[in-house]
Design a protein around this ligand. Structure first.
Ligand code: PRX
Length: 649
């Protein structure tokens, strides 16, 4: 993080307290109420969390709220519950039975509205389909679909029977899908023929066929027909969704699962080349997503709520599917691109359904700024009462634009900090209580003990940069990395002794507000997508012409960060412009298009320390066009740096 950036944040003095009108109707009505809850949660965390968990349905009560033996936590031990039951069945004896649970719009324009009763019916049938193919509690199923209601149906069916789901974002390539299927050892793959995106179709099933050539654990593939594009159905392995559903019973009582029964895994990038399967379990994840959806979005019975994320990422898991359904909300789901057919698709959706709560990413907001004020101005956005952002730091100017042009200077903005690993939002304003400052996620939610510390774990002073850590376990925390508890321990609980290390840098201001400064490990955040530099490097060196590569992020006005790859070629290969394109395509094929480098720079050698470590800091400086680069005293060969600079000119 450059000093310039820290300085500009320090200049941010604007504060926006919630309006009296908002506070008076909110779940938490003002700062005093909030401080009181926070104080109680600090004094008696177990009592606090137990109180929240008990708002949900348990088949059997827990005996112990928390068993904590660093780094492993168990929550609501001895309790039996089911998140699918809590998302669906719990509402059926209430007026929510006929309330819309999922309001879906396809990119071509179709609309589907599934009530809680209808969703329950589909989920039970699909659970029976899974069962009929031999899937059992404890198995894993990979889901690789676009944004269609059948995706949450599949997730909730898995959860209903205790099968772990492993949703893989539809933008991942066949190779990335194969790795995730293999690591999870899934017996079942649930997919669609294709999906719609920006007026064209994406051939999901083709990627599945390619992936499964190297993934022997998969016995069955269930294919939902979305586009009708011709696909290859493998006899004995592939089954059409609609054919299987046509004969399935709608009677499937939810399994009473242990609170710690694994609910899902979701692969995310870390500091090594291999993505890690973050494991979440049932009772704690349910408690965290339920509570945060209610408080952070100040969700009410009559709200129409829309989170624009893709369910392939954790935001979609927690804040399109589980959190909203646990609260009996109407969750809007949109299939396609924000600029199809025109750059006002989001605003037309808000106007059409009178959406009240809107949750999106800073990268999207920056794109809207670029597209121009005229697009939201064409629409009546007066139904909105709350806005949210997630996924990366938001620059104050984008925040102000969002507030004015989308929120009509009326809606509080919740800048929500969290991670795949945390399961639910941990640092965020509670909108009726905590005044907001543009660019700050403000304060940890009640019960969350966050801090900014140095390497040894000592708190740093106000406005000093440091590592963002969590000092206490929380219910929706990840439990392990699938198949690799040792890596889980090392990665999260041993960098800074005794604390959970987030991988983010942050500072806390004189009011105790957190300002997240971005990743300090080898992870790049491109448009809110978390990409490990090592993943891109491994993809590059798997190309026959590449000897070595180093990948770094550089600031990007739209995407937050862009990817720059420094590449040395193996002997006999020429540094031709066409090869740059080929390498970008190669990375797209290995990971997915969203991970393609923005720029490839060929170089004869990479700057290294005497011990042979690539000096990424120098490369980051070079990639971002900094005139002077930082400390070079450990650089092994100064001429490398000079050469890299020359190439730039
Ligand atoms: O660096 C932080 C950034 O996104 C990382 C988590 O990425 P992922 O697991 O993909 O989950 C994204 C959605 C929760 C964090 O370590 N990040 C997330 N939210 C914010 C953020 N950075 C700043 N402000 C945020 N509100």
């Amino acid at each position: 993080m450059s000093e310039k950036n820290i300085e500009s944040l320090l200049k941010e003095k604007r504060v926006f307290p919630p309006s009296a009108a908002f506070s008076s109707q909110a779940h938490i009505k003002g700062l005093d109420a909030y401080e009181e809850i926070s104080r109680k949660a600090l004094e008696d965390p177990e009592g606090y969390w137990a109180g929240i968990a008990s708002e949900l349905h348990w088949f059997e009560p827990w005996k112990t709220v928390l068993e904590w033996e660093l780094p492993f936590s168990k929550w609501f031990v001895g309790g039996k519950t089911n998140i699918s039951f809590n998302c669906l069945d719990r509402h059926l004896g209430t007026p929510r039975k006929n309330k819309i649970a999922i309001l879906w719009e396809g990119e071509p324009g179709e609309v589907r509205a599934l009530s809680y009763q209808m969703l329950h019916h589909e989920v039970c049938k699909f659970a029976n389909v899974l069962k009929s193919f031999g899937l059992q509690k404890g198995d894993r199923a990979t889901i690789y679909m676009g944004m269609v209601p059948e995706l949450p149906v599949a997730m909730l069916a898995c959860a209903r029977m205790g099968v772990m789901h492993n949703v893989v974002f539809g933008g991942f390539s066949a190779e990335a899908l194969r790795d995730r299927v293999n690591d999870s050892q899934s017996r079942m793959l649930i997919t669609a023929d294709g999906g719609y995106r920006r007026g064209t179709t994406i051939a999901l099933k083709k990627s599945v066929d390619d992936a499964l050539a190297g993934a022997p654990s998969v016995e069955k593939v269930i294919v939902y027909k979305r586009t009708g594009d011709p696909i290859n159905m493998v006899a004995g392995r592939d089954v059409w969704w609609h054919e299987a559903m046509a004969v399935a019973s709608a009677d499937f009582p939810a399994e009473a699962l242990d609170s710690e029964h694994p609910l899902f895994m979701l692969y995310t990038s870390g500091t090594t080349g291999k993505p890690k399967g973050v494991v979440h379990t049932t009772g704690g994840y349910m408690t965290g997503t339920y509570l945060t959806t209610k408080w952070v979005f100040d969700l009410k019975e009559e709200d129409t709520y829309w989170c624009t994320a893709d369910i392939g990422w954790v935001t979609g898991h927690s804040y399109i599917v589980y959190g909203p359904l646990l609260n009996g909300a109407t969750s809007v789901m949109y299939e396609g691109a924000p600029n199809f057919p025109e750059p006002d698709r989001f605003w037309s959706i808000i106007e059409k359904y009178r959406i009240n709560i809107f949750y999106t990413a800073p990268t999207a907001i920056r794109t809207f700024v670029k597209w121009g004020d005229q697009w939201p101005a064409k629409h009546d956005l007066s139904s909105l009462r709350l806005l949210g952002t997630v996924g990366e730091p938001i620059n104050p100017e984008a925040w102000m634009w969002y507030r004015k042009n989308i929120g009509g200077d009326r809606c509080p903005i919740v800048d929500t900090w969290w991670q795949t690993e945390t399961g639910s939002i941990l640092i965020s304003p509670v909108p009726g209580a905590v005044p907001t400052k543009p660019g700050s996620a403000t304060r940890p939610l009640p019960g969350i003990v966050a801090d900014v510390v140095d390497r040894q774990g000592n708190p740093v002073g106000p406005n000093q940069g440091g590592f963002l850590v969590l000092r206490r376990p929380w219910p929706s925390m990840l439990r392990t990395i699938y198949g690799d508890p040792e890596r889980y321990h090392r990665q999260y609980w041993s960098e800074i002794p005794g604390m959970y290390f987030t991988g983010d840098g942050a500072r806390r201001d004189e009011d105790g507000y957190f300002w997240i400064m971005g990743r300090i490990d080898d992870v790049i955040n491109v448009s809110g997508h978390r990409i490990g530099t090592m993943e891109v490097e491994s993809a590059l060196v798997s190309h026959p012409t590449v000897a070595e590569s180093a990948v770094v992020g550089r600031p990007d006005d739209l995407k937050g960060q862009g990817i720059v790859a420094f590449v040395t070629l193996s002997a006999g290969n020429q540094a031709l412009p066409a090869l740059k394109e080929e390498l970008k395509i190669h990375v797209g094929k290995s990971i997915g298009s969203f991970a393609k480098p923005d720029e490839i720079r060929f170089t004869d050698s990479l700057p290294k320390t005497r011990s042979g470590k690539i000096m990424r800091r120098l490369l980051r400086d070079l990639a971002s066009g900094a005139k002077t680069v930082g400390d070079t005293t450990t650089l092994e060969d100064f001429s490398v740096l000079a050469k890299l600079r020359e190439e730039e000119e």
